[in-house]
Design a protein around this ligand. Sequence first.
Ligand SMILES: *Cc1c(COP(=O)(O)O)cnc(C)c1O
Length: 401
Amino acid sequence: MSGKKRTPGMASRAIHAGEPRERYADTLTTPIFQTSTFVFKDSRDIEEYTKGNKPRFEYGRYGNPTELIAERRLADLEGAEDCLVFSSGMMAITTTILSLVKTGDHIVITDDSYKKTLEFCRSYLQRFGVECTIVPFGDYGALDRAIKKNTRFVFSESPTNPYLNVFDLVLLKKIAKKHGVMTLIDSTIATPINQRPLEYGIDLVTHSATKYLSGHNDILAGVVMGSKELIAPIRTLHKSMGGLIDAHCCYLLLRGLKTFPMRVERMNRTALKVAGFLESHPGVERVYYPFLESHQHHDIAREQMTGGGCVVTFVLKGDMAAAKRFLDSLGMIFIGPSFGGAETLITHPATVSYYDYTREQRYELGIIDTLFRLAVGLEDVDDIIDDLDRALKLAGKRKRR
Ligand SMILES: *Cc1c(COP(=O)(O)O)cnc(C)c1O
């Protein structure tokens, strides 16, 4: 054995990273510091703090020890210098974007991004004179042409929802570097286990920690990670915006993180098996999963990702009525948004997320009547497959009156 200390693996880091070994009151688990304020011992204590000699906490909106431990642990897992935790994924995205832009700036975002992110960039930012160009996902020529002198950054999700399109991070970085613009990736669907954008030179990575990172469908949280230099101004704005996560929520995030690597590894295996099952099922028209050879970005996914994640998107054979019969025939699987939690969930974008669109508008976006997004959970893979198989059979049968 060499005397060199081994760099701990992801499973160990998800449990131990970012927390001092010497524990407050000898607790093993991270304490929930349920306080809105922190007190000074005396005038000398104030002086030491204001001179910057003694880092400490002052007021809840400026940080909390439970939150700091979560930030350090997440930074470690993503391989980032610094991390900021927020009350939701959208809070992380909007605060980050607002801290980067000023009137007269221009930003580029790909069309296959989270609906609320697109909405924020397209409508809200314009009020402040920030121009936004939306480019088709995967059209690297259009991306290259969209970047102007006043472009501040390029933002994209990868993989995307619901078709799990995968961005070529090498190409993205190459184009951004040529123009000298920043790059932001919403890596929620990939997680730091399956994709590591910072290692490709991406400047900032965001996650909705509501999904895999916390992993139990019980909290909302968000993060942004990157260099200390880039995170600092976001932290400053965060203190004004006030989208703080509370200490108890942070504890649940830390608790969820302890099993995060093993959960993702299991979901990768389950999802691949379920995707294969669906692809060979006569009641299924098409399956979208990046680690299936049939996926249009299979090669990039295999090159730049280490697992396909928990989301499997598929198209049923038949019409809207068959789609509804399928939903109504599910037993164990719950109908609901979100992914990355313990429970397997399914969404029907046509009737849920896009209910207020006309059929034409939906079809233009690829949201067809028989499209489903399945998010496999932690149940036995055979039970998930059994539930799907049963519902697919019933969907194929027309009801007799
Ligand atoms: C859920 C999600 C968000 C928003 O996160 P919230 O925690 O719900 O605010 C942003 N991006 C992606 C890719 C998501 O899946």
